[in-house]
Design a protein around this ligand. Structure first.
Ligand code: ATP
Length: 249
């Protein structure tokens, strides 16, 4: 079953085409990493998938109940505690205080937030902790589909890895599906079932590859070897590490 279909998506900002003829599907239970050079339109596509931007052309078909998005910056409410930030996503559901507290505590445990962290305000938390709160806020409504827009770019390597493990668990072990935007090939190889590569100018998809082994079973060596193999032998990845092609050209 296909959870998300992006069908010939096209978009322009101020008359300038940034995406054209983009078709991509994510199957139920699948975690797809979308890679492409800086400026190729990855974030725009993530926003379109999330319904935050309406595509000028094409069709988005969602065969799931609910999705949630984790952005590059945690986007937390500065005046609310971590617990209140997570609970905010539950407001429309009008649940009792007890159920809200239980749900917040359950997701906080999943992202390894301590009870004492829940009482803190965003300014009192480190960047990694803030991003954990953002992931907990995304998970608390129990969405069937998760969209990640380069969420760990600002984090150091060790922390990134812990956060990637949270993504792998929250998508693959809990029967969700997900689209994970990144320009970090090692990250894509580590977490995804499949990597979709955006054309450097956002003109269609360059292609797809299935990543050997399954998310959660690839150790550092496997990640390194697979990423190295893709980058050195597969022409699909020739432009992934380029900077903004449009600005350069
Ligand atoms: N709201 C906007 N108004 C005008 N131009 C925009 C807007 N958002 C994005 N763009 C432009 O669209 C192009 C694609 O941007 P987008 O952020 O989707 O790329 P990206 O692949 O995610 O880049 P990065 O990896 O650097 O985040 C860029 O040239 C960007 O400047």
């Amino acid at each position: 079953m296909t959870a998300l279909t992006l069908d010939h998506i096209g978009h322009a900002f101020l008359g300038r085409t940034v995406l054209d003829g983009i078709s991509l599907t994510v199957e139920a239970g699948e975690l797809v990493a979308l890679v492409g050079p800086s400026g190729s339109g990855k974030s725009t596509l993530a926003h379109i998938a999330a319904g935050l931007v309406e595509a000028r052309r094409g069709r988005v078909v969602r065969d799931y109940d609910r999705h949630a998005v984790v952005f590059q910056e945690p986007r937390l409410l500065p005046w609310a505690t971590a617990a209140a930030n997570i609970a905010f996503a539950l407001k429309p559901l009008r649940l009792s205080r007890r159920i809200v507290r239980e749900r917040v505590e359950t997701v906080a445990a999943k992202v390894a937030l301590e009870r004492s962290d829940l009482a803190k305000f965003p300014a009192q938390l480190s960047g990694g902790m803030r991003q954990r709160v953002a992931i907990a806020r995304a998970l608390v409504t129990d969405p069937a589909f998760l969209i990640f827009d380069e969420p760990f770019t600002a984090l150091d390597v060790a922390l990134k890895r812990r956060m990637q493990d949270i993504v792998i668990t929250s998508v693959t072990s809990e029967s969700r599906s997900g689209l994970f935007i990144t320009h970090d090939m090692a990250e894509a190889v580590r977490i995804a079932h499949r990597i979709a590569v955006l054309d450097p100018l956002g003109r269609g998809m360059a292609g797809n590859v299935t990543v050997p082994l399954t998310p959660g079973t690839r150790d550092d060596r496997a990640v390194f070897e697979i990423a190295h193999d893709f980058l050195t032998r597969n022409p699909l990845f020739a432009h992934v590490n380029d900077m903004d092609e449009r600005r350069a050209g």
